[in-house]
Design a protein around this ligand. Structure first.
Ligand SMILES: [Zn+2]
Length: 98
C-alpha cells in the first residue's frame, strides 16, 4: 500500500470497495480514516475531545542557570564555598548588588 495520498482505508462491504475519501483523513489505530469512518463514528460515539495536556510547569527546570549562578555567588560570598580571594571579593560585590 503506497501512501503518497492519504485516503480512508475502510472496506465498505456493501459497495465492495474501499472508502478512499481524502478529505480530513487522519491516522487511527485501525488505519487511515475519513471523518465519517473514525473508530468513534463507527461505534456511534462522539469524537474524543482534546484533553488539557501536561500542566504548564511540568517540564520547567527548578533551578535555571542564572539562578544557580546566583546561589553559587551567595555561597562563595558567605564563605561556605571555598574560592580564591579575588573570586570571593567578586562574589561579595555581586551579591551586594542583589
Ligand atoms: Zn471513509
Amino acid at each position: 500500500m503506497d501512501e503518497q495520498m492519504p485516503e480512508c482505508s475502510l472496506w465498505l462491504g456493501d459497495e465492495r470497495a474501499y472508502c478512499r475519501a481524502v478529505v480530513g483523513v487522519r491516522r487511527y489505530l485501525p488505519g487511515l480514516r475519513c471523518p465519517l469512518h473514525t473508530p468513534a463514528a463507527l461505534a456511534g460515539q462522539p469524537e474524543p475531545q482534546t484533553g488539557p495536556g501536561w500542566p504548564a510547569g511540568a517540564w520547567t527546570t527548578p533551578s535555571p542557570q542564572s539562578a544557580s549562578a546566583l546561589f553559587d555567588a551567595r555561597a562563595v560570598a558567605s564563605g561556605k564555598r571555598r574560592a580564591a580571594a579575588h573570586t570571593y571579593r567578586a562574589a561579595q560585590q555581586a551579591v551586594a548588588r542583589h
